[in-house]
Design a protein around this ligand. Structure first.
Ligand SMILES: *[C@@H]1O[C@H](CO)[C@@H](O)[C@H](O)[C@H]1NC(C)=O
Ligand SMILES: *[C@@H]1O[C@H](CO)[C@@H](O)[C@H](O)[C@H]1NC(C)=O
Length: 266
């Protein structure tokens, strides 16, 4: 699953590495409708629904397939596991945004008018319904607002007042969960979001594994996956947009490729 403001074809190069390593492997690169603006303007609830429907209509993906999402695609693949109970073997996210974003670099990719709306009105329901980026904006000065039922991020992260047990039990069904961030990421702020670490409340200090609610409260099962060695975390060293491209090839082959060879871990 590709990232924001991109097409499925952005993942062609990464797919070619898999094809070279596993001849005959079945790969689908999923497009969010036809238009790249849909990845910006369609709220995630709809993007996840669309993604799940595409997978369910594919006879080759009835069980035990590996699913990879890059950048914004990290939400879609994880949301799809949690909400649609897809029977995924390994769930893999590269340079993801699991703990949201809060900061300007990411927004610079968007048209100026959208940027302005997001920083001013992001938690208003209307904006949540119409601009996908607002669905994972996480303002550390406004946690009270971002932890609400309208907010896609706090919903799939189980940070709302009412936890969804299905989300957690679906995450615990995966064989392995692989997640990365890049030390050189110039787009995602904070870049550790790929490891479920965001800014701590009322600060720009980055959470640590043992202070974040995601771990201490095991909201979606990350800690439970970590204990038996089913959580695999890596740090890459590429610019954000290069994640599925040549500058990241060696990292991918060394660390991520192994998760596609379908041998269950101990
Ligand atoms: C949990 O999520 C599933 C899938 O989205 C939904 O069908 C269910 O109603 C939710 N349960 C609660 C308690 O919100
Ligand atoms: C957090 O966890 C790390 C690694 O397990 C540990 O070394 C560190 O002491 C912990 N920090 C606190 C404040 O508990």
């Amino acid at each position: 699953m590709h990232g924001i403001a991109a097409f499925a074809s952005d993942m062609n190069e990464l797919a070619s590495w898999l094809r070279a390593a596993f001849p005959g492997i079945y790969i689908v690169l999923i497009e969010i409708r036809n238009d790249f603006e849909d990845s910006i303007l369609w709220p995630f609830d709809k993007q996840v629904e669309h993604f799940c429907a595409t997978i369910r209509n594919d006879v080759h993906l009835e069980q035990d397939f590996n699913m990879l999402g890059f950048s914004q695609g990290s939400f879609i693949v994880r949301g799809a596991v949690e909400r649609c109970s897809l029977p995924v073997h390994n769930l893999i996210t590269l340079s993801g945004l699991h703990q949201g974003v809060f900061g300007i670099p990411y927004l610079l990719k968007l048209p100026a008018r959208l940027r302005e709306w997001i920083s001013k009105y992001t938690y208003e329901e209307l904006i949540q319904d119409h601009i996908s980026t607002a669905n994972y904006w996480r303002d550390s000065a406004q946690f009270n607002k971002c932890i609400s039922q309208f907010h896609f991020l706090s919903d799939i992260n189980n940070e709302c007042i009412k936890l969804n047990e299905t989300y957690r039990s679906n995450m615990l069904k995966v064989n392995g969960f692989v997640t990365t961030y890049s030390k050189l990421d110039e787009v995602i702020t904070p870049r550790e979001s790929g490891w479920f670490l965001g800014y701590a409340e009322h600060s720009l200090d980055i959470e640590t594994w043992n202070t974040s609610r995601q771990f201490t409260e095991d909201l979606i099962g990350i800690r439970t996956l970590w204990k038996p060695g089913k959580l695999f975390i890596f740090i890459s060293h590429t610019r954000h947009q290069d994640t599925p491209h040549a500058p990241n090839r060696d990292f991918f082959l060394k660390n991520i490729l192994q998760f596609f060879n379908h041998i269950p871990f101990q």
